[in-house]
Design a binder for this molecule. Structure first.
Ligand code: DX5
Ligand code: ZN
Length: 225
């Protein structure tokens, strides 16, 4: 399988107005989002807290979007079932979150959810080599996880390239997502390097016109290849 084009756009609700969350989710759905990215932070694996499964559960009946849940948590295993029941379509766990990512990914699949593995900037591509057969998405962090609105780390582009090669070598259909600091400029760089899913917090929810913002990211990616 090869890279999908154009890349999917997944707005991150971390940058949405939390006091109007259901409306904010509906707004990006109308504006052409492909997936909805939901960042769960535990104040331990990352130095910030966001929200948990309860928010995902109440949003689920209100949206037709694919719920792409990014768990920045350690430990993560005791909570997988909770997030599956809340309505996650995908669950990403960090390779750095514990010693048993292989088992964790198997567990996610057994719950009927698509598994993804996320890598922090300090983690080399090779760290996920032994779990590639178990994942549908690889999420490359292009910022240190924990906060929205950070600057894209261009040093991660080579890692995206390496992971694209590793994903192709499996012969399986694996998406490569990029998370952090994605805007029209960096969307083009990431797509060129082999990403086919772009998470965008500030560059969608921080803009006055979501439709224009999403179309802008897609257009930038289109020009890149
Ligand atoms: C960072 C989160 C990201 C964040 C991205 O820890 O995983 O998904 O929402 O926000 P922006 O697009 O503003 O960098
Ligand atoms: Zn994220």
């Amino acid at each position: 399988m090869s890279i999908h084009f154009p890349p999917l756009i997944a707005p991150s609700v971390l940058s949405a107005d939390f006091s109007r969350m259901a409306e904010e989710v509906a707004a990006v759905e109308r504006a052409g989002a492909d997936w909805l990215h939901l960042d769960v932070m535990d104040g331990h694996f990352v130095p910030n807290l966001s929200f948990g499964a309860q928010l995902i559960k109440v949003l689920r009946p209100q949206s037709g979007l694919v719920f792409d849940v990014h768990l920045m948590m350690a430990p993560v295993d005791p909570y997988l079932e909770m997030f599956a029941q809340a309505g996650a379509d995908h669950i990403h766990v960090h390779i750095e979150a514990g010693p048993h990512t292989h088992r964790t990914l198997q567990h996610i699949r057994a719950l009927g959810v698509k598994p993804g593995v996320a890598l922090c900037p300090a983690t080399p591509a090779q760290a996920v080599e032994e779990v590639l057969d178990l994942v549908d998405v690889i999420l490359v962090m292009t910022v240190n996880p924990g906060f929205g609105g950070q600057k894209f780390l261009t040093g991660q582009l080579d890692k995206i390239r390496t992971l694209r090669g590793m994903a192709e070598a499996t012969g399986r259909d694996i998406r490569i997502g990029v998370d952090g600091g994605v805007d029209v400029r960096t969307a083009a760089l990431a797509t060129e390097a082999g990403a086919d899913m772009l998470v965008a917090g500030t560059s969608v929810y921080g803009q006055p016109d979501y439709e224009r913002a999403i179309a802008g990211l897609r257009g930038a990616a289109r020009q890149a290849v």
